[in-house]
Design a protein around this ligand. Structure first.
Ligand code: B12
Ligand code: SF4
Length: 502
């Protein structure tokens, strides 16, 4: 029988609820392997507290010798621990790491190399190389076949548009849909206005250059790549027919950077009519590109919500972020949405260069003035691969502190060992935040204090309930099931496909 590949999604213990959106990237890699009749196992550890036990139990009996992990930066500590478990129980195994973290570290490293700097991205990449056997940066769909070959190079760079491994628009449309059947779809629970929904990626890339956003030097994350509108609609129809869902969360970075967005909305509306149903959609919009025409067609397609990264109510901070949108653009975006019956979730953040009590006050005032139906307020984290990280220089006096300067305003960030610290994203919004950044005007603690105060006040005044979390699950192997993982954690491609490959 042909050797299989076990693909693993590490947990994200820092998320409020881990079974909301399944990881589509690794399921795209699984789909191309299945298409090539290579047996695939998917170990979905999202929400599994004792994940190392689950990995040990499975790896010891798995027929796979190749293990492929995905990781964002905050998932890296868990991914490193998973790798250590595999090495312990299966010393002969090959462990591949793909996903956003390695992609971003590699992009930052290439930038350092271009500028002849031996810097922290180079160190981070070396650390990854010491931990994993093969690293894959960028698109995984073609690269996985190289990574699994005997004698594969330690780093495969599929994040270069000149590489055959970098997917063209045409190839993007040809590759199979994410292999969602290899995770327990039922255990994921997301609704849009009460309608059960699944997430989708219709296009890749965002051409903008916001300072806190990862991948501004990565073609994988920056170059806009689209699929034909008919191809996107076909995925929706498939999800409707196979899983019975009418809700779709579009996780494209910014839907309206696609010049064919209105055409796409029309085709979605027509598909729903043809099926005799109505869809409910949610997705991200770039504020200054938003128009009445887009809003009208989005509503017809089934959108009732848009999410927009407005980030700040301060003109100075918007400039420092390099957001491009002005306060007026942002307010106008909300007005357009309102005219067309679309609710707005305003995505806001604190802790940018030059952040002060005054700029935070402007953010608070803008939220209260524009009254979004929902909002999110985070403190930014300087992840590798974002301009705030990549363009920072060491503090001349304080070891472990980095300085990013823009328009004479400064952001200080603490150096973190990303292989150890699962940096904070969303915990308990009432008192669970930490900051690893500060400015000339506000300390880490003050940023957290202001964030918590605005969260409480704005939610109270606008009557917006706080998001609820979900308890993590424990994998139990004490019931005579040693080595057999339940189907909500482990799924394999169908035996018929295995047989075809043997
Ligand atoms: C959807 C999404 C989420 C969702 C769902 C996450 C999930 N379960 O997938 C939610 C809302 C939960 C979320 C949360 C967060 N996210 Co998010 N998210 C995204 C988003 C918009 C789309 C992800 C996606 O599906 N992409 C499309 C697929 C095809 O790409 P992919 O997953 O990277 O997989 C491809 C390759 O990476 C590679 N690959 C991936 N895995 C593997 C494995 C192997 C073995 C191989 C060979 C290849 C391979 O092949 C895949 C197919 O091409 C991305 C931005 C983006 N456009 O990618 C940000 C992004 C991944 N998120 C990001 C961040 C920072 C976060 C948060 C920390 C929140 C925050 N503070 O902003 C949290 C942390 C979540 C976590 N689990 O770690 C950053 C990651 C930065 C980093 N350094 O890792 C990104 C890149 C946004 C950005 N531009 O800054 N996120
Ligand atoms: S924050 Fe949004 S608009 Fe800015 S670069 Fe990232 S994806 Fe693009």
């Amino acid at each position: 029988m042909q050797e299989g590949i076990c693909l693993i999604t590490p947990p994200s213990v820092f998320l409020l609820d881990e079974r909301v959106f399944m990881n589509l990237g690794i399921l795209k890699v699984a789909a191309v392997l299945e298409q090539a009749a290579i047996p695939v196992e998917v170990l979905d550890l999202s929400g599994v507290q004792n994940f190392e036990e689950a990995v040990a139990d499975h790896a010891v009996s798995s027929r796979c010798r190749i293990f492929g992990l995905t990781a964002t930066t905050p998932q890296l500590p868990a991914a490193s621990r998973i790798c250590a478990v595999i090495r312990r129980v299966r010393p002969e195994a090959r462990v591949i790491l793909g996903g956003p973290h390695v992609t971003l570290v590699n992009a930052a490293f290439k930038r350092e190399r271009k500028n002849a700097i031996d810097g922290r991205a180079g160190r981070a990449l070396r650390q990854l190389r010491e931990t994993f056997d093969v690293l894959v940066a960028g698109d995984g769909e073609e690269a996985i076949f190289q990574a699994t070959q005997p004698g594969a190079p330690p780093l495969i760079d599929a994040d270069e548009p000149s590489s055959l491994l970098f997917l063209s628009n045409r190839r993007l449309a040809e590759i199979p849909l994410p292999a969602r059947h290899l995770v327990d779809v039922e255990s994921y629970h997301y609704t849009i206005d009460g309608t059960p929904a699944l997430s989708m990626i219709a296009q890749l890339g965002c051409p903008f250059g916001c300072g806190f956003c990862g991948g501004r030097d990565s073609s994988f994350l920056r170059r806009v790549r689209t699929r034909p509108s008919t191809n996107v609609v076909a995925e929706m129809v498939h999800l409707y027919e196979r899983y019975g869902v009418r809700g779709f969360m579009l996780y494209d970075d910014e839907l309206n950077v696609n010049p064919k967005m209105v055409e796409l909305m029309d085709l979605i509306a027509k598909a729903a009519d043809r099926l005799g149903t109505s869809f409910r959609l949610r997705g991200f919009i770039k504020a200054e590109l938003f128009t009445d025409e887009q809003a009208h067609h989005m509503y017809r397609a089934g959108f009732r919500w848009i999410l927009t990264g407005f980030e700040s109510g301060s003109p100075r901070i918007l400039k420092n972020i390099n957001k491009r949108a002005t306060i007026e653009d942002n307010t106008r975006c909300i007005e357009i949405a309102r005219r067309h019956g679309l609710k707005v979730k305003s995505l806001m953040s604190l802790g940018h260069p030059g952040e002060s009590e005054e700029t935070i006050g402007q953010t608070r005032a803008w939220l209260l003035q524009t009254q979004p139906e929902d909002f999110d307020l985070t403190i930014i984290t300087t992840y590798p691969g974002s301009p705030y990280y990549d363009h920072a220089v060491p503090h001349p006096e304080k070891p472990g502190v980095w300085i990013y300067t823009v328009n004479s305003d400064v952001l200080y960030s603490y150096e973190l060992d990303y292989s150890q610290v699962a940096d904070y994203y969303k915990g308990d919004p009432n008192g669970g935040y930490q900051a690893y950044v500060y400015t000339d005007h506000l300390s880490c603690e003050e940023l957290v204090k202001h964030r918590d105060a605005i969260e409480r006040e704005v939610r109270h005044k606008l009557k917006i309930p706080a998001a609820a979390g979900a308890a993590a699950q424990r994998y139990e192997h004490s019931m005579g099931q040693f080595g057999v993982l339940p189907p909500n954690i482990l799924r394999s491609s169908e035996p018929a496909r295995h047989a075809a490959a043997s």
